[in-house]
Design a protein around this ligand. Sequence first.
Ligand code: NAD
Length: 382
Amino acid sequence: MTDNVVRWRVRCQRSVEYDVVNAPHLFHPQNPALLSLGRVDNGRRFVVVDANVARDHATEIQAYFAHHGVNAKIAIFPGGEENKTLGMYLEILHELDVFPIHRRDEPIIVIGGGVLTDVVGFAASNYRRGVPHIKVPTTLMGYVDASVGIKSAINFNGHKNRLGSFEPPRRVLLDRAFLKTLSRRHLLNGVCEIIKLAIIKDAELFCALESAGTESVAAHFQNPSGGEILDCAISGMLEELQSNLFEDNLSRKVDFGHTFSHALESRHTPHLLHGEAVLLDIAVSILIARNRKLLSEQETARVFSLIDRLGMVLSTDSLDSNLLWQSLLERIEHRNGLQRVPMPDAIGHCVFLNDIERLEIETSVRTLKEWGRVPYAAATQR
Ligand SMILES: NC(=O)c1ccc[n+]([C@@H]2O[C@H](COP(=O)([O-])OP(=O)(O)OC[C@H]3O[C@@H](n4cnc5c(N)ncnc54)[C@H](O)[C@@H]3O)[C@@H](O)[C@H]2O)c1
């Protein structure tokens, strides 16, 4: 008898396709967007709503589904990073499990900030090995970043987003009217991700922030320029994500601001928001880039003046060089053995670094702490 070596190879390709659509007046009874996918006749929907959104919209949401004869279970859960836990994830799954939905044609709908869309996206990816879901972001962070991609996650074991999945939504519905009730702090939190994109890939977006950023924040992005900034940010974000949806390439431009911020955010939750941690990372990174002469003094000054003009305060008290260094080491594991830190070499363009040294972080942190809240331009004149 010959010892035949037998081998089976399984190969399958699955395409990913979903639309990110502007859908104003989402809860108007005549607006079909929320029920544009799945079964409507005798249909059911499990709808998870952020508690702060439910306060203003729960009645409208109930009325919307009742109008269409859909049996909707409205499950209200809190946002906030401190709630992005295994506990909340399991609670959502428990509620879902006692409200049965068809596996394919009754998509879960999540209406909330980045925390809720991340947790519900993760629940949807696991329940019955995956049920469809639709995301409706209600924060600026969700609008320009958290809801438009395919990543979902919960925090675990003291680490941000340690458990998660790649789960494409079936659709993302955008209604910027939600931003009207968002606090200034949470608006600026989302602006940090827009600044990130502008610095590493979009000089025009950077100019738009310089000229209309302040006015747009004041108008909660309900003004025409605010709308343009949002559309431009989403286009840029999707351009980056689409070409590398499952992160096969671990050198990602959109990781700018997400190297040192990782540990900072974990340590200081809930006092330091995601975007605030990202902004600190950006500030440290910009100084590393300046010290390496990747960025000129003038470009460096432009970044800090923009931060200042938008009224953003860098919480430099939370900066701790050792923690930032540990964060970088942890990111090396995440990025499979290399730093792969995106670093601007001009406004609107970046390169990737693999050789950042501890001393560079220390020097940048020291400079930022010395400046405190003093704008860059003023600090350098002294
Ligand atoms: N999946 C991704 O690719 C991705 C990308 C970026 C960020 N994120 C995640 O997003 C999370 C941060 O998202 P976030 O900043 O939206 O936080 P969040 O979801 O905690 O929302 C912030 C606060 O705003 C409240 N809120 C929500 N909508 C509101 C509205 N319309 N009006 C008033 N208040 C409202 C929430 O209740 C909460 O208190 C982080 O956990 C981060 O990891 C994920």
